[in-house]
Design a protein around this ligand. Structure first.
Ligand SMILES: NC(=O)c1ccc[n+]([C@@H]2O[C@H](COP(=O)([O-])OP(=O)(O)OC[C@H]3O[C@@H](n4cnc5c(N)ncnc54)[C@H](OP(=O)(O)O)[C@@H]3O)[C@@H](O)[C@H]2O)c1
Length: 380
C-alpha cells in the first residue's frame, strides 16, 4: 500500500513563482528528493518562471542554495544531476509573449515531444486566473498530457472556490487539475494510513463506539513572520484547521478504502468531511491573538485576525455521533508539538474508579511515534 511511484512519462515541470518562499522552502528540496529516490523519468526538465530577472545559471545557484540549506545530507553528484535539468524563463504572468518564450524553451530542451507537462502554481492566488488563461492558450503547443497543480488557499470560501474552479474548467478538464495541500506530504501525516493498514489491532480500536474523544493539537512557538501579509487575510482557522487538521482527522477516522486508488481515498475522506458538524453551543469555539501580533509591520493596528483557535466538533455518522473532537492550534505558544490523542471510554472495570482512561497518542512532530497509556486499576 501507498508505495512510492516512479514517474514513468517524460516530464516538463514548470514552476510559476520560482523566486518565492514556497519554492525555496519546500519545492526545490522535494525535487532533489525525487532525484535521490530515483523516481524521475529518463527525460525531465524543470523550468522556473517568475518576474525576477535571472539567467539559467543564477536560477541554478538559487536552487542549489535552497537544497543545501533545507536538507541535511546532500549528495553532490545527485544535486549536479538535478541542476543539469533546471532552466529558467523570466516573464510576466499575464503576458502571452512570455508563455511563447517558455513553450519555445521547453521544446528546445525536452527531447520527447509527447512528454507530460505539469505546471505548479507557487504564486499568490490573485494570479491563478491569469496564469490559467495563458496556459490554456499555451497548451495547444504540447501534444502530451497537460496538468496544473494549485496549492491552497483555493478561494476564500465555498462560493469563491467554486467560481475559481468553474473558471479553470474553461481551460482544463477536471482530471487535469490537481489541488494540493503540502501538509499531506509530511512524512508523519503520510504515515497515518499505512499505520492503520498494517496494524489491524490499532485499526480495530479506531471505532467511534469505543472512543470518548479525539484531540488534535498543532502548537507552534513561532509567530507569524514572513507570511504576515497572507496570514492576516486568512487567520489560523483557514490556515491550519479547515485544511491541514481536518485532513488529519479524516485520515484517522475514515473507513479504510480497499486500495490506494485516489478516487477511493477521496471518497472515504469526503464522507468524513461532509459529516463534520461544528458544535454550535456557546464556548465551543475559542479564538485568540498573541500579544504583540498587531505591532508587527504590515498588520493593521486593529486587526482581529486570530492566531489561536480551539474548537469542538462532531461527525454526523452513526459510529462517531457522540464523540467530541477537539482541535486546537496556535502560534507563539510555549512549546512546539503536533499530536493526536485518542481517549477511550472507560471499561466497566474502570468506571467509578480514579483510573485514568486509556489513551493512544500519535505524535506527528517533533518525533514521529505512537504510544499508548493503558491504565491499570490497582485500587482493589
Ligand atoms: N510559503 C508557504 O509555506 C506556503 C504554504 C502554503 C501555501 N502556500 C501558497 O503557495 C503559493 C506561493 O506561496 P509563496 O509563499 O511562495 O508566495 P510568495 O513568495 O509571496 O510569492 C511567490 C512569487 O510570486 C511572485 N509574486 C508575489 N507577489 C506578486 C504579485 N503581487 N504580483 C505578481 N507576482 C507576485 C514573486 O515572484 P516574482 O516577483 O519573481 O514574479 C514571488 O517570488 C501561495 O498561493 C501561498 O498561499 C505557501
Amino acid at each position: 500500500m501507498l508505495t512510492k511511484k516512479i514517474i514513468k512519462e517524460n516530464l516538463n515541470f514548470i514552476l510559476f513563482g520560482a523566486s518565492g518562499d514556497l519554492a525555496q522552502l519546500k519545492l526545490f528540496p522535494s525535487l532533489y528528493e525525487l532525484v535521490w529516490q530515483k523516481r524521475m523519468p529518463a527525460h525531465y526538465i524543470i523550468f522556473g518562471f517568475a518576474r525576477t530577472q535571472w539567467t539559467h545559471a543564477e536560477f541554478r545557484d538559487h536552487v542549489e542554495k535552497s537544497v543545501r540549506t533545507h536538507l541535511d545530507h546532500v549528495d553532490d553528484d545527485l544535486l549536479s544531476e538535478l541542476l543539469a535539468h533546471v532552466y529558467y524563463v523570466s516573464g510576466s504572468y499575464d503576458d502571452g509573449k512570455s508563455y511563447e518564450q517558455l513553450a519555445a524553451e521547453i521544446h528546445r530542451y525536452q527531447p520527447d515531444p509527447s512528454a507530460k507537462t505539469l505546471a505548479y502554481y507557487a504564486i499568490p492566488p490573485t494570479l491563478f486566473q491569469s496564469v490559467t488563461q495563458q496556459l490554456g492558450g499555451m497548451r495547444t503547443q504540447f501534444s502530451g498530457p497537460f496538468h496544473i497543480m494549485i496549492e491552497k488557499p483555493f478561494g476564500q470560501d465555498r462560493e469563491s472556490a467554486s467560481d475559481l474552479f468553474q473558471f479553470i474548467l474553461n481551460y482544463f478538464d477536471h482530471d487535469e487539475v490537481f489541488l494540493l495541500d503540502h501538509y499531506l506530504g509530511k512524512s508523519s501525516v503520510k504515515s497515518i494510513l499505512p499505520l492503520r493498514y498494517y496494524n489491524s489491532v490499532l485499526n480495530f480500536l479506531l471505532q467511534g463506539k469505543e472512543i470518548a474523544n479525539i484531540q488534535i493539537s498543532a502548537l507552534e512557538t513561532l509567530g507569524v513572520e514572513e507570511r504576515i501579509g497572507f496570514f492576516d487575510q486568512v487567520g489560523i482557522v483557514k490556515d491550519m484547521i479547515q485544511s491541514h487538521l481536518f485532513q488529519v482527522l479524516a485520515l484517522l477516522t475514515m473507513s479504510m478504502p480497499v486500495d490506494e486508488a485516489v478516487k477511493n481515498i477521496r471518497r472515504e475522506k469526503g464522507n468524513i468531511l461532509a459529516a463534520l458538524r461544528p458544535d454550535q453551543r456557546p464556548g465551543s469555539l475559542v479564538l485568540g491573538q498573541y500579544k504583540g501580533y498587531r505591532d508587527q509591520p504590515g498588520v493593521p493596528p486593529d486587526s482581529n485576525t486570530p492566531t489561536f483557535a480551539a474548537l469542538r466538533c462532531y461527525l454526523d455518522l452513526l459510529d462517531w455521533y457522540r464523540v467530541p473532537i477537539y482541535i486546537r492550534t496556535g502560534k507563539r505558544l510555549s512549546h512546539k508539538h503536533t499530536y493526536v490523542t485518542i481517549e477511550f471510554k472507560k471499561s466497566i472495570f474502570q468506571e467509578n474508579t480514579r483510573a485514568q482512561p486509556n489513551r493512544l497518542v500519535l505524535e506527528l512532530f517533533p518525533s514521529e511515534k505512537f504510544k499508548s497509556t493503558w491504565s491499570i486499576n490497582m485500587e482493589n
